[in-house]
Design a protein around this ligand. Structure first.
Ligand code: SF4
Length: 160
């Protein structure tokens, strides 16, 4: 099985109650190899919810207790993000995931980049909290922005 950010799968899990439906994910969804996961919902946050960013750090820093995840007004959702990441790992272990395809720039799912915590759309190199815990667990992570039909077919083929 391959974990896929639920919003890429087409579910309305985004903070604003919308989706980021990805054409290739949708094209191959009937193969039954994707498991859609929204770590922020799994951590107990509501949808819609206020936007948040990792403040001055990366997902690895959040997991290590070095920085927090907050809304623009300082609302602290760090524990929900850590909880959602742990629940995602639990799902990964239960269904023996072989990879994860995740939404770039999300404070949970970002694979290569996240926003920098200033709420000014500036980006930072680094992973979101769930992407970081998946990587630490040696589950290969891929950004939807890097996804081609060729490499998706390969990922599906590797998942036997
Ligand atoms: Fe999508 Fe991940 Fe954000 Fe959930 S936490 S809405 S799956 S990017």
């Amino acid at each position: 099985m391959i974990i896929v950010s639920a919003c890429l799968f087409g579910l309305n899990t985004k903070y604003d109650g919308k989706a980021n439906a990805h054409a290739l994910i949708q094209k191959y969804s009937s193969q039954g190899k994707f498991i859609p996961v929204c770590p922020e919902q799994l951590g107990g946050l509501t949808t819609p919810r206020f936007p948040v960013e990792i403040i001055a750090g990366t997902g690895q820093d959040v997991l290590a207790g070095r920085c927090m995840v907050k809304g623009e007004l300082g609302e602290d959702v760090t524990q929900q993000f850590i909880q959602g990441a742990k629940e995602t790992i639990k799902i990964g272990e239960m269904v023996k995931v072989t990879a994860a395809i995740l939404k770039e720039r999300s404070p949970s799912c970002g694979v290569n980049t996240i926003y920098d915590g200033t709420f000014t759309h500036r980006i930072l190199l680094g992973q979101g909290v769930t992407a970081a815990i998946l990587k630490e667990s040696n589950i290969p992570i891929y950004s939807e922005e890097e996804l081609t039909e060729e490499n998706l077919i390969k990922l599906l083929g590797d998942d036997t």
